[in-house]
Design a binder for this molecule. Structure first.
Ligand code: 13P
Length: 253
């Protein structure tokens, strides 16, 4: 059965002292509270080793915010899948809309990155989602279909089962505007049915599909209660322990 997951994407926030403090607070929280979901963080890459050292029993999954599509070599500033594997990171976020917007990433890049991550036994958290204009013009189902097909549908059934998908409508990221639970559910169901049509229902049912975009303590529970929403990829609200903990508790009955 697929996992429930709450993952914090810290983006480009926190100096080393503040990062260490939040990692530590999260570990304390995890030790003292039973959670009904897996908890991951994606801190800036500079702090990944620190997180791995602190979470020595793998209490919390540690993910990069991106990784290179290349194996190694002259790619200044990039981080490779092998490097992530060598510090025992769990995986990487791939295709976040901020990577697409500011770094020109496309679904073809995502396809290569997802495949490389899987080849190195890392879990890709593949992000997709439409812009405001695309939603306003009613193209959101088609856009998400295209993104999913280009980025993922060259994978085998065994491979795609290991991918986590995060639907993040661009208009809901960092804006305070959240997709309604119904809006998110219908796209999640759409993504799952695309996978079911291509790979079969059994495969589709194994894949965790997370929602991202202004998830907060007061809306997490309702969003997570939707049948095809298996958790959240959290930005701003992952930066404070109290907020992040309350979101994790969105899975408590
Ligand atoms: P916010 O939760 O800040 O809207 O960010 C969502 C996101 O981009 C997570 O990857």
């Amino acid at each position: 059965m697929r996992k429930n997951i709450v993952a914090g994407n810290w983006k480009m926030n926190k100096n080393v002292i503040d990062a260490q403090q939040l990692m530590f607070q999260l570990l304390e929280y995890k030790k003292n509270n039973a959670t009904n979901c897996d908890v991951y963080i994606a801190p800036p890459s500079l702090y990944l080793m620190m997180a791995k050292d602190l979470y020595e029993n793998n209490e919390i999954g540690v993910f990069a915010q991106d990784m290179s599509e290349h194996e190694s070599g002259a790619y200044t500033g990039e981080i490779s899948a092998d490097m992530l594997k060598s510090i025992e990171a769990d995986g990487a976020i791939i295709g976040h809309s901020e990577r697409r917007q500011y770094h020109g990433e496309t679904d073809s890049h995502c396809n290569r990155k997802v495949k490389l991550a899987l080849d190195k036994d890392l879990t890709p958290i593949y992000c997709n989602g439409e812009t405001l204009e695309q939603r306003k013009s009613g193209q959101h189902f088609e856009i998400v279909k295209n993104q999913t097909e280009v980025a993922l549908f060259t994978l085998s059934a065994e491979e795609i089962k290991k991918v986590v998908i995060a639907y993040e409508p661009v208009w809901a990221i960092g804006t305070g505007e959240t997709a309604t639970p119904e809006q998110a559910q219908e796209i999640h169901a759409h993504i799952r049915s695309l996978i079911a049509n291509k790979y079969g229902q059994e495969v589709a049912d194994e894949i965790s599909i997370l929602y991202g975009g202004s998830v907060k303590p007061d809306n997490a529970k309702e969003i997570f209660s939707q049948p095809d929403i298996d958790g959240g990829l959290i930005g701003g609200a992952a930066l404070k322990i109290d907020d992040f903990a309350k979101i994790i508790e969105g899975f408590n009955s």
